[in-house]
Design a protein around this ligand. Structure first.
Ligand code: FES
Ligand SMILES: [Fe+2]
Length: 378
């Protein structure tokens, strides 16, 4: 559906900063290189604790981070072959979560029926992904498509970020091209105009016109000279729960979001730049260019954004009832989408419960808050 692009005071959804996630999606939890064979690490998706491990053959697996014996965190244990053994008494669980060995049981004795909950996991684009929702739905979904990944001609730069803020704050920041003001000392963009806005059941897509000037745009090949102004189209897509944006065919940004808790989010970003140099020149320089770009450009942009987002979250917590004024219809569309997805997940759980499915009980998470279904005009 096409939406109006006029900037004016909008209806904001109350409860957006408390809204839970739709767990029936794939979420990134770390970079692949970080988890070596034989290692296990704890990760958290919306306060669900998960132990993810790489077996001795290099395959990754994930189990809920609770030993079915006494509830000890499984990530404290160790990898034995393809299994994960709990640190406390050494009960060993296979990749399906079944207890397959208790070291102090006499040989041949029947093992108790103890099952750790398996969490679907996979590796893609150098990232570790988990599906925290209903495992039966994992195959119907997939991580977002990253078409530039591994393609020649693109310089890829990976950036990790942690925000002490609800994921809605982070997602609004990415959709909000009107905050170029914040980055003016870094030669960010200016004179933004919202040209086009579309909303579907699971996505918000906005086209903005933006202008650039300075040394950075010149280095990225956007302009011939540093004092020249160039005007381009930036397309920003929030396809729940992740982001994809492009600046014509010059750069692309994928922001893979991890909602850790109601007040903490992470982002695993893949930037792609088409630099105005031939591959034979660029390839040997890639490691140094990556380092320079992330250290002196991307991290500095990010630090400015983090300061804003965390300030927004802090003030929300000081007075959750305080009302704010929003004028960008794209932000309101993002809020609507986040709440719609959460409501969809709640309805899904409700259906499971009615059907008497045991998965519904697994999914009861005390940290998921139910956002009030009402809107308010400011
Ligand atoms: S608590 Fe895990 S084996 Fe006993
Ligand atoms: Fe920013």
């Amino acid at each position: 559906m096409e939406l109006a692009t006029t900037l004016k005071t909008q209806s904001v959804r109350t409860g957006i900063r408390e809204t839970g996630i739709n767990a029936n999606h794939w979420y990134p939890v770390g970079w692949s290189y970080y988890l070596k064979p034989g290692q296990v690490m704890p990760v958290k998706v919306w306060n669900q604790e998960i132990a993810i491990y790489r077996d001795v053959n290099g395959q990754i697996h994930a189990l809920e981070d609770y030993c079915p014996h006494k509830g000890v965190a499984l990530h404290l244990g160790k990898v034995i072959g393809e299994n994960l053994a709990c640190r406390y008494h050494g009960w060993e669980f296979n990749d399906e979560g079944q207890c397959v060995n208790i070291p102090y049981f006499p040989k041949g004795q029947k093992l108790p029926c103890a099952q750790a909950r398996k969490v679907p996991s996979q590796e893609k684009y150098g990232l570790l992904w988990v599906f925290p929702g209903d495992p039966a739905l994992a195959e119907q979904h997939s991580p977002p498509e990253v078409k530039e990944y591994g393609e020649p001609g693109w310089l890829d730069v990976a950036v990790t970020a942690k925000f002490d803020a609800h994921f809605s704050i982070c997602n609004e920041n990415s959709m909000d091209v009107f905050h170029g003001f914040l980055h003016e000392n870094l030669q960010g963009w200016f004179d933004p105009v919202l040209l086009k806005l579309r909303e579907t059941e699971d996505a918000v897509m906005a086209d903005y016109q933006v202008s650039y000037k300075g040394l950075m745009p010149k280095l990225l090949g956007l302009t011939e000279r540093a004092n020249e102004v160039t005007t381009r189209i930036a397309s920003v897509n929030y396809r729940y729960p992740h982001y994809y944006s492009t600046l014509e065919s010059i750069s692309a940004l994928y922001l893979m979001r991890l909602p850790v808790s109601p007040v903490e989010s992470r982002s695993f970003a893949l930037f792609f730049f088409k630099l105005p140099v031939p591959n034979w020149v660029l390839n040997p320089l890639k490691p140094s260019v990556r380092f320079i770009l992330s250290r002196f450009v991307l991290d500095r942009f990010l630090a400015q954004d983090i300061q804003m987002m965390e300030s927004e979250q802090r003030h929300y917590l000081v007075d959750p009832q305080r009302r704010y004024v929003e004028v960008n219809p794209a932000i309101i569309a993002v809020q609507r989408l986040i709440m719609r997805q959460f409501e969809k997940y709640q309805a899904y759980l409700e259906d499971l419960k009615v059907a008497g499915h045991k998965e519904a009980n697994h999914r009861v998470n005390p940290f998921i808050t139910v956002a009030p279904d009402r809107s308010e005009t400011i």
